[in-house]
Design a protein around this ligand. Sequence first.
Ligand SMILES: [Zn+2]
Ligand SMILES: [Zn+2]
Ligand SMILES: [Zn+2]
Length: 486
Amino acid sequence: METVEVFTTEEKGRGLKAAKEFWAGDVIFAERAYAAVVFDSLTHLVCHTCFKRHEKLHRCGQCKFAHYCDRTCQKDAWVNHKNECAAIKKHGKAPNENIRLAARIMWRIEREGGGLTEGCLVSIDSLQNHVEHFGEEEKKEMRIDVESFLEFWPTGSKQFGMQFISHILGVINCNGFTLSDQRGLQAVGVGIFPNLCLVNHDCWPNCTVIFNNGNHEAVRSLFHTQMRIELRALGKISVGDELTVSYVDFLNVSEERRQQLKKQYYFDCTCEHCQKGIKDDLMLAVKDGEGKPSSDVVKEVIQFSKDTLEKIDKARSEGIYHEVVKLCRACLAKQEPVLGDTNIYMLRILSILSEVLSYLQLVEEAAGYAKRMVDGYLKLYHPNNAQLGMALMRAGVTHWHAGLIEAGHGMICKAYAILLVTHGSTHPITKDLEAMRVQSEMELRMFQQNEFMYYKMREAALQNQQIQIMPEPTNEISPGIFQKKQ
Ligand SMILES: [Zn+2]
Ligand SMILES: [Zn+2]
Ligand SMILES: [Zn+2]
């Protein structure tokens, strides 16, 4: 870890700064999880070692709880699963994800001691737990968790004091990092990455953190890589600059971001974008020029949008997509005469509408909304924001499916350029995108040479081929990077 340096300030506590110069896409450090677990609801669908989603997983014959891709993942897991396996068998069932994660941390401390482990800039003992900021409700939950932990924890393992158990549960509560599946579509687990915990927040950060499931298939080859997070530079970083990531999505006005950060992470954001309210005006933009709406009308439309978004969430979680489309269209009709193109309430509706319409295979209509969404995003997000890259990728694919090959290819290229920085060239999503870029480029060339032939070919291809279905829309609002129990 010669690339970074720990420092301490009065206001923000510990932080990390660059010990050398970095450029966009540079990996500042990669870090393996100190401990990680799969979410309770997905334990039989996701590999407990690499967190990839698989159709068919092998089950641990002993506890019948852990699941793995193959022997390689199972072998890799044993050092962390051994104690857990025996404890689950004895306990009769597996406890919840927080308890499982706490137990994995404790067993690791039992094996290696509590001090600094290799490659770590900070020990688990000295991570922040924020237990002193807990309200009544959180304290109650904590007590329940401590009890469940003690019920699960075997008498034969090293015994820890109540205070230390609370500390570990507090650390998990505010520092647990969300792990996603190999396509980045779903949050599937939670892990503790001590070095990452040292990276402070900024709403307009100079780094991003990405989870990489690794490549287990290529055992003993040059391409074999382990599950890890990577801290990547979003632009040029000079020696001595503080390294920052954003804990929350940027697409909220500064006041709301500050509230969210206070509630989840117990600090007041003093970043430049919050202090100056940079881009707040764009995020709340109102139609300009003739017939400018009164502030009362604007207020009413915003309230209507908030209410509709709640109804949409409900319909979407129940999978009633036609209802979602109906609600979105009605909301958009109200918003269009009043709100500006970059207004976040309109962008939220456009995002849901285009995603759901794509899923319902109404791709032409979806493409129009997706275009408006990414045009708005491009004015709001940092040019190398990972969420912007993912949105451009989805919009590009939608355009491509709709036969809008020029626009589609353009968006896919833009997305690819961003993901090379935020995810790196070996990430499975970037690889998918690379394949799409090559394919759509070929089609575009064909289109430019002979439009008639292109449409003929496309028609034939569509007739002989199952249309590629977009993933089912998830109800997950992009989570904060650190998993916090809601
Ligand atoms: Zn695996
Ligand atoms: Zn087992
Ligand atoms: Zn901020």
